[in-house]
Write a protein that binds this ligand. Structure first.
Ligand code: SF4
Ligand code: FES
Length: 368
């Protein structure tokens, strides 16, 4: 098969974060500060990515503002010719730091929202006063004029806040909102009882999004990830494995997706050992589930196999213990009914406590 170059790269600059969101997509075993790639190595990787064909660089974490060299990293990415998007909770950003990021060439900010009021946001983020700081950062982002995307992770506890989140996106001047119903990887997998939406909530969210898309057409772009345990077909995860994007971990492992390390038989190349292009085209992990040749039934003979590529490999691993199985979200999977029943059981655990993400060692908030 012909392999196209990647379009986007997610650089997880650090796993450190002042927040402790219980749905964090970071792995449960996180990289410590001492293992993080240094500024010069990231700058080299950005150049290799641009040479490979990457257009968009998403600077993520943890909280990327926990890196003291964030401004230098943005400047390096810009010098490499990449479009830079900062994915942040806002904690650790000051007005001065944002101005420096602007001067360094930062193109776009994606701000996360844990809830639409201080009670919800601070409880879910596990960080008292976080909501107030975030609102201040949102105002500075507006003053500078960064294009803004608001990112809201929704789950059973905050799905009722979806209408207010849409209003807040408009009030903040965001051009786009990402409404992502929690996906059960990483820490979220430990929190399925606490966070699983009910089927009624999932349906209501889809209705609200449909209505808002019609009402706000031309004003606000709405990206929506539905509650997939309640769906009939799986998501096209990562746009297809090894198809359009790659992730770099804080310590330099190159992954086809953020949860790929949960697939035990895969091994991952490091940016320290091989050029990014060689890893993308020839790396064993990238070729493991590329295209459709690896699929078994029912995917192999399904008309949708180049639409969703069999769904999410990491979800098949997490639920079935088999990363080459059809994503059990799919109605054609023999495990679909069991998954839907499992979702109902999780959603009925009204008093389940939140298991908060723990940050690895190291300073998380250089500005705070
Ligand atoms: Fe997608 Fe496989 Fe289900 Fe077909 S059988 S819809 S390819 S997951
Ligand atoms: Fe890894 Fe979906 S998260 S393939």
């Amino acid at each position: 098969m012909t392999v196209a170059p990647p379009i986007a790269m997610l650089a997880e600059l650090t796993h450190r974060c002042p927040l402790s969101c219980p749905y964090c997509s970071n792995p449960v075993q996180m990289a410590r500060q001492a293992a993080e790639l240094d500024t010069a190595t990231w700058a080299r990787v950005f150049c290799e990515a641009a040479d490979l064909g990457v257009l968009q660089l998403h600077l993520s974490g943890g909280e990327p503002a926990s890196r003291r060299d964030l401004t230098q990293l943005v400047a390096a990415a810009r010098a490499a010719g990449l479009y830079t998007n900062l994915i942040t909770s806002g904690i650790g950003l000051t007005e001065r730091r944002l101005a420096a990021l602007d001067a360094a060439g930062l193109d776009h900010v994606q701000l996360s929202l844990q809830g639409t009021d201080p009670e919800m946001a601070d409880e879910i983020g596990g960080y008292a006063g976080g909501f107030a700081r975030k609102m201040q950062v949102a105002a500075w982002i507006g003053d500078i004029g960064f294009p803004l995307t608001l990112n809201v992770v929704l789950h059973r506890r905050n799905l009722h806040q979806l209408p207010r989140a849409l209003d807040m996106a408009r009030e903040m001047g965001a051009r786009r909102i990402e409404i992502a119903t929690v996906q059960f990887h990483g820490w979220a997998l430990k929190n399925r009882d606490a966070l699983m939406p009910t089927r009624d909530q999932a349906r209501e969210a889809t209705r609200i999004v449909k209505e808002a898309r019609a009402r706000l057409k031309g004003q606000l772009v709405i990206d929506y990830v539905p509650a997939d345990y309640h769906e009939e077909y799986p998501k096209r995860c990562m746009g297809g494995w090894g198809t359009s994007g790659l992730n770099i971990t804080p310590d330099g492992k190159v992954l086809p997706c953020h949860a790929a390390e949960t697939i035990p038989h895969l091994s991952f190349d490091r940016v320290a050992d091989k050029p990014l292009g060689e890893i993308w085209y020839k790396g064993a992990a990238f070729n493991a589930y590329r295209g459709t040749g690896w699929m078994s039934e029912p995917c192999q003979s399904c008309a949708r196999k180049t639409i969703d590529f069999g769904g999410c490999r990491c979800q098949a691993m997490a639920i079935l213990g088999d990363p080459s199985a059809t994503d059990p979200v799919c109605v054609k999977s023999p495990h679909h009914s069991a998954l839907q029943a499992q979702a109902q059981t999780h959603a009925a655990q009204a008093d389940a406590p939140l298991v908060y993400r723990k940050s690895p060692g190291g300073n998380t908030d250089p500005a705070g």
